[in-house]
Design a binder for this molecule. Structure first.
Ligand code: DC
Length: 236
């Protein structure tokens, strides 16, 4: 595994940012590290998904950036502990309604990158994410946590893996959930989302200058967790 970048502080980091492209393992790894340290874990992709589902559900025109921005600014988004029967690391509430079960719907999957490139949407949702992070220890995963949301994080990790490897992992997850998709479709969708997430003008997907880049190709998620645990403990 290739690793580059540097650790920002000495001692056990309290604020940990995990960024990277779709299906790089951020959520699985972040949840496990959070559990080991006793820190809450927040997957910010779920917040963009919740916003996207709400926009679809309320019939907002996804090409109308003002309408999307107004909607994002008007929503009350909150996060709670996971439901026992859910694979999601948290329960997401929009205006006090639990929307967690809708977050992986194909319509949301198809639209979320488009909704999240709108500047007004990002502005409103970054504010929500900072409020949720509070002043306590936290592990947060997303695309722009180290660059924009929590630029002072004590440890920033950027997970990378080839798109083929990520497609294999995501396909296995979706198949296990009983969803009817092919690996080809998953690969195609990841390529599309990588392109939109990296090419958008506001907060594009990229590692922070002080992020440690972990190339996870060929590693199991347990091995990635182990590597991250070593970074947290400062043993590397
Ligand atoms: O991590 P995920 O696949 O659940 O994220 C869904 C989408 O949300 C992703 O395509 C881009 C967007 N996103 C973002 O723009 N910024 C974040 N911090 C997290 C997710």
């Amino acid at each position: 595994m290739k690793t580059k970048g540097r650790r920002r502080s000495t001692g056990i980091p309290r604020v940990i940012a995990i960024d990277g492209p779709a299906a790089a393992g951020k959520s699985t790894v972040g949840r496990e590290i959070g559990a080991r340290l006793g820190y809450p874990f927040l997957d910010t992709g779920a917040i963009y998904r919740a916003m996207t589902w709400t926009a679809l559900h309320r019939g907002v025109d996804l090409s109308d950036e003002d309408a999307l921005s107004d909607l994002a600014a008007s929503l009350s988004i909150d996060v709670g502990p996971p439901n026992l029967d859910s694979i999601e690391p948290s329960t997401i509430f929009v205006d006090e309604v639990d929307v967690t079960r809708f977050l992986r719907q194909p319509e949301v999957e198809a639209a979320v990158s488009l909704v999240s490139r709108v500047a007004g949407v990002r502005k409103a949702l970054v504010r929500v994410q900072r409020e949720l992070a509070g002043r306590n220890a936290v592990v947060m995963a997303g695309r722009d946590i180290g660059t924009v949301v929590l630029p002072k994080a004590d440890l920033k990790v950027y997970l990378v893996a080839s798109v083929e490897e990520r497609a294999r992992r995501r396909f296995a997850e979706l198949s296990a959930l009983g969803l009817d998709v092919t690996e080809e479709e998953v690969l195609h969708d990841l390529r599309r989302r990588d392109r939109i997430d990296s090419e958008r003008s506001v907060s594009p997907l990229r590692p922070a200058e002080d992020a440690i880049v972990l190339d996870t190709d060929g590693l199991t998620l347990e091995e990635v967790v182990q590597r991250l645990a070593e970074l947290v403990e400062g043993t590397t």
